[in-house]
Design a protein around this ligand. Sequence first.
Ligand code: ADP
Ligand code: MG
Length: 371
Amino acid sequence: MAQEPFDFAQGRPFDFAQGKPFIICDNLVKIYQIADLESVALQGLDLVVAAGELMGIVGPSGSGKTTLMNILGGIDRPSAGRVWVGGQDLLKMSDAALNRYRRSKVGFVWQQGSRNLIPYLNALENVELPITLAGQDGRKKRQRAEGLLEAMGLADRRHHYMTQLSGGEQQRVAIAVALANNPILLLADEPTGEVDSATALTIYEAFQRLNREYGLTTLIVSHDPNIARHMGRVVAIRDGKTATETVRQSTLVSAPEGESASESTAQAEEEVFEELAVLDSAGRLQVPKEYLEHFSIKGRARLEVVEDGILIRPAPQSVHAQMAETSAANMVPVPETRRWRGLKVLSAALQTTRNRLSRRRRGAGEDGREL
Ligand code: ADP
Ligand code: MG
């Protein structure tokens, strides 16, 4: 039986029904090691995604977005932490079970069309391939593939090859391929990274439609700052941790002044996006670097409780921090050329000493006196 994660707040196992936690990442750590170099891709990432959510993930390059997708998709395992998807503890799965999970439960859409699709197969054959690999064949397979392409608005493109499709169409075929085996989770890593903004819109619309109609939990990694408009929620990752969350709020706004009486009383609904800082399970908060730099906050800060919140103010730096800073400045490595020149000077000096010594020794031998 799959190990159920326990909801400590509620004192009972998590309920994975619609709208309830579907993905839970608890203090995920991923360290890659190449030779002697360690690279920390995730450093204690916490994330909860509800069933049926359409969520965006943003963050600078190298912040750990792909690493997170690979872990959620069962392509990679974390170095530490816990991760559940749909009630299953991915860490407790054997390699074979994780492979099965990846093939049968997860749909992937990658940035490069070439990674998603096979160029010598047409759109329909591309969608049929994973269904065949899963052991289904015949009329049902064809029907399913045609249905998926139709859902993606590509019914009339089904006999086209990849070179005959636009970038947006290729990505929509890729979404149909990702859905071929009825996944419970759809992961897209920068699916709009190589298309223009109008095409990106059609791709987002395809994801939105799927999410709305089938309630498929979908995570989309993006570089696009406007992604919040198309997603229910956007989480920003910074340095391998969830830093902020952008939520959409609808507010009623009054019509501008100077309009007729009937219009001025009218109210319109306006969507506002608010970026909120995320607290991790230990109560830690990432303060944006720009804020810290602007207020010269380094090393430590003063927390002040005010009427409706907590204020973070700069505090004098600790002596230790100052010492660390000055000693770090003194430890700037010597550039290679200077070090090289330094070595040459040193070896020249040694040479001179050695010559002098041997001259002296020779001298001692010549006139028979002790030096
Ligand atoms: P993003 O997708 O946000 O650009 P990644 O998850 O690809 O970030 O990478 C996060 C960090 O982990 C980077 O510093 C990257 O160099 C490192 N990294 C990612 N994959 C590997 C790997 N297979 N081997 C070594 N380092 C890796
Ligand atoms: Mg990436």
